[in-house]
Design a protein around this ligand. Sequence first.
Ligand code: NAG
Ligand code: NAG
Ligand code: NAG
Ligand code: NAG
Ligand code: NAG
Ligand code: NAG
Ligand code: NAG
Ligand code: NAG
Ligand code: NAG
Ligand code: NAG
Ligand code: CU
Length: 555
Amino acid sequence: MVEWLRVLFMVASLYPALVACKLRHYKFNVVMLNTTRLCSNKPIVTVNRRFPGPTLYAREEDIILVKVVNNVKYNVSIHWHGIKQLRTGWADGPAYITQCPIQPKQSYVYNFTIKGQRGTLLWHAHILWLRATVHGAIVILPKLGVPYPFPKPYKEVVLILGEWWKSDVENVIDEAIESGLAPNVSDAHTINGHSGPISTCLSKEGFNFPVDPGKTYMLRIINAALNEELFFKIADHNLTVVEVDATYVKPFETDVVLIAPGQTTNVLISTNLGIGSYLIVASPFMDAPIAVDNRAAIASLSYIGTTDLVGTRLVAPPSINATSLATKFTESLRSLNSKDYLANVPIKIDRNLLFTIGLGVNQCSSCLTGNRVVADINNITFVMPKTTSLLEAHFFRVKGIFTDDFPGNPLISYNYTGMQPMNMGTIEGTKLYRLAYNSTVQLILQGTSLILPENHPIHLHGFNFFVVGRGMGNFNDEKDSKRFNLMDPVERNTVGVPSGGWVAIRFRADNPGVWFMHCHLEVHTTWGLKMAFVVDNGKEPNETLLPPPVDLPKC
Ligand SMILES: *[C@@H]1O[C@H](CO)[C@@H](O)[C@H](O)[C@H]1NC(C)=O
Ligand SMILES: *[C@@H]1O[C@H](CO)[C@@H](O)[C@H](O)[C@H]1NC(C)=O
Ligand SMILES: *[C@@H]1O[C@H](CO)[C@@H](O)[C@H](O)[C@H]1NC(C)=O
Ligand SMILES: *[C@@H]1O[C@H](CO)[C@@H](O)[C@H](O)[C@H]1NC(C)=O
Ligand SMILES: *[C@@H]1O[C@H](CO)[C@@H](O)[C@H](O)[C@H]1NC(C)=O
Ligand SMILES: *[C@@H]1O[C@H](CO)[C@@H](O)[C@H](O)[C@H]1NC(C)=O
Ligand SMILES: *[C@@H]1O[C@H](CO)[C@@H](O)[C@H](O)[C@H]1NC(C)=O
Ligand SMILES: *[C@@H]1O[C@H](CO)[C@@H](O)[C@H](O)[C@H]1NC(C)=O
Ligand SMILES: *[C@@H]1O[C@H](CO)[C@@H](O)[C@H](O)[C@H]1NC(C)=O
Ligand SMILES: *[C@@H]1O[C@H](CO)[C@@H](O)[C@H](O)[C@H]1NC(C)=O
Ligand SMILES: [Cu+2]
């Protein structure tokens, strides 16, 4: 009898490991949740009635199946931000780019395999402004038996930074689209869904992170905010950065982390102070004269059972325009580039592109001022298709949905970061840039000062890229390319282009399909700071885009 129980117990404990190690099923039920969080008694769109949404745990090489059921009045789609989606663009998620939206009462199974990546990423809605509340963490553990390239942390915790509006976010953006002006800034920042005790109308309780003394914890920090880059700090504790965007970096110590929307950062923290309670702050970084929500979110780290022994230790957030602090952090990031995690930086370049990114102004008779603020890449304000997705148009060769004449260089060259030209108008269009399979690309993302220079976190779907260079003013090929780091540049999926400056990235187009690239400040994406690459199939069957799943939503 005892023997039987023992065998049963063994089988039961083996079973989850056996089935869960390769194939993981998730169900995401998109539902409204009434909440009084942060003093606004408003319904929000959530996954499984949770805010932030559930963490998707996986292991490198797992097959992931997520059934998304839409039970809200909005069209929905979910993006697995940073997952490379090798040949499975149908599971990438941006609405009208790789799929039509999942309409109310419909469902869709996202089916993808995680290959060659491990670390922290995030998933979020990729339609309208729903990602304000429809987001969560993706934690990809290394393959079984493969250790982290740093000492195993005692425990891990996910910290999701967000932005909160008292109003319905869809009303916020609809109002802005109608007026042609900028949308209202948020009313609070959040850490794991709580703003902390920062003003009378915001949530009293903040997120608390209880710790044991004398241990090393790993924080998986995610910026899920819509429109703001954030600084992250913990009173009296330094952080050791070990990974960004699910790629390992050379560890370095810092007292502040800078993280743009869409980016993730894993840090180690030693709980070597032993007693007390310490504030955690997340506050905005904005070094242009642009209105932002300047309220820090507050959480706390507390040593278990000792919080009353000393008062809470405070920490001042960095000043909002602390450019030098931001630059110092950014320039400290280097790929680990070890034997096991090589930085395979493309050296021979097939396509040399220069994209200007910034704002513009177009006429709009119904708008408040007769003009509409827009945004563009190489003067193209991107227009989404309405009747099908770009990926379907590409796969089924549907004519008239897009053209592949996106300019690889600015049509007019001017002093991008200098005085403004008289004309700030842009061209509207659905233009893609075509790349041959396995071609290598160097792309200079050149910020402009049209209206204002501003920091733009640019996200590329379908690939990681290496950030080989970065600088202020206009990119100067002769001078700047000599200083590129081709040895151990940081590898990521979202990069902040500095205000009035540029970054240079390199990637290999080894993933056939249609891949969105856009600013991860949602307001800029809405305004048109987006485009897509169409990457042709390779010669071999294993180098071609798979056919669409049968349940792919229809427009
Ligand atoms: C939310 O609250 C409103 C008004 O109190 C109510 O009509 C609605 O049914 C509630 N919705 C949910 C999902 O609980
Ligand atoms: C997931 O996609 C793979 C192809 O990549 C296919 O073989 C498999 O049947 C799909 N699974 C489901 C449940 O649709
Ligand atoms: C935006 O802010 C203005 C000014 O505070 C306010 O009147 C308006 O109602 C806000 N819009 C939304 C959608 O909250
Ligand atoms: C934290 O790191 C900074 C920068 O590396 C260093 O100057 C400082 O002394 C460190 N502080 C502590 C408490 O270790
Ligand atoms: C940062 O902003 C403060 C006011 O908030 C201002 O006094 C200071 O000059 C600014 N610093 C820079 C570098 O722009
Ligand atoms: C561009 O404009 C800036 C600011 O006006 C100026 O400092 C810079 O010299 C100009 N660059 C060129 C190449 O004209
Ligand atoms: C952008 O396009 C508009 C509309 O055609 C044109 O007026 C403007 O000069 C162009 N600007 C640049 C920088 O190419
Ligand atoms: C891609 O090109 C590189 C050389 O640039 C080559 O080594 C590699 O085998 C190619 N990969 C595929 C899948 O064709
Ligand atoms: C596809 O298969 C061919 C032949 O088996 C191989 O040479 C090539 O490297 C494979 N491509 C990829 C991307 O794995
Ligand atoms: C949802 O998407 C479908 C397909 O594109 C579209 O016809 C419909 O108008 C959308 N519904 C809303 C409320 O936007
Ligand atoms: Cu932007």
